[in-house]
Design a protein around this ligand. Structure first.
Ligand SMILES: *[C@@H]1O[C@H](CO)[C@@H](O)[C@H](O)[C@H]1NC(C)=O
Ligand SMILES: *[C@@H]1O[C@H](CO)[C@@H](O)[C@H](O)[C@H]1NC(C)=O
Ligand SMILES: *[C@@H]1O[C@H](CO)[C@@H](O)[C@H](O)[C@H]1NC(C)=O
Ligand SMILES: *[C@@H]1O[C@H](CO)[C@@H](O)[C@H](O)[C@H]1NC(C)=O
Ligand SMILES: *[C@@H]1O[C@H](CO)[C@@H](O)[C@H](O)[C@H]1NC(C)=O
Length: 166
């Protein structure tokens, strides 16, 4: 019985979280504003046709590998001010239309981003500032990812490390 109660409470919590995202339509585009909802995960029951998703100011630390797969029309994804530290290899593989990606103020290892960025061939704006751990940075040299395949990239915001590999 307590298990069932717990299950029901969990289900309600998840639903409430997703519903708390403010879904709006602007110029025929669906935008989901999920900022400041104390989210630990990316909500999964958002409308599939969203063009914009803002998850800033939450507590998301990991992104499941397939969570963005269904959002094939997403052009803008913002995840500033979270606790992101782990992003799996092909987590962005479904986001072929993505033009704007912002993940500043997290704990990401930018050096491992080659594979992560690979599917984002339309990317124009990338903001990965404030991810360098200064303590770590002294020990280990920073290796920048390869941006050469992102042909449309015009705005890149990134920390400059004190130590880089030549
Ligand atoms: C929105 O969609 C309607 C119907 O398809 C169309 O008439 C209108 O021009 C569109 N508006 C914009 C801003 O794209
Ligand atoms: C994405 O946009 C295309 C073209 O407007 C539309 O046909 C398709 O159904 C949309 N996909 C989703 C998942 O909403
Ligand atoms: C960051 O990623 C690079 C490349 O994958 C790896 O060599 C390095 O050990 C990683 N650093 C940390 C702190 O995980
Ligand atoms: C860039 O594109 C080339 C040619 O498609 C490919 O061989 C290479 O692995 C790509 N590099 C990265 C970092 O994605
Ligand atoms: C930086 O990394 C060190 C070693 O892993 C860790 O002890 C420290 O808490 C990190 N600092 C921040 C601000 O993440």
């Amino acid at each position: 019985m307590p298990t069932l109660v717990y299950l029901i409470i969990s289900l309600i919590k998840v639903t409430v979280y997703a519903h708390n995202c403010r879904i709006t339509r602007q110029d025929n585009q669906t935008i989901a504003d999920c900022t400041r909802l104390k989210l630990n995960d990316v909500p999964t029951d958002l409308p599939l046709d969203i063009a914009g998703l803002d998850l800033s100011y939450n507590q998301i630390s990991m992104i499941q590998n397939d969570v963005f797969d269904s959002f094939s029309n997403l052009t803008t994804l913002t995840m500033d001010f979270n606790n992101l530290h782990t992003i799996y290899g092909d987590v962005f593989k479904g986001l072929k239309q993505l033009r704007w990606l912002s993940m500043n103020h997290n704990h990401l290892n930018i050096s491992s981003f080659d594979i992560v960025l690979r599917p984002l061939l339309r990317l124009q704006h990338l903001d990965i500032r404030y991810n360098i751990n200064k303590t770590l940075n002294k020990v280990e040299p920073m290796v920048y990812p390869y941006f050469g395949n992102l042909t449309y990239l015009t705005n890149l915001y990134m920390d400059l490390a004190q130590k880089t590999t030549p």
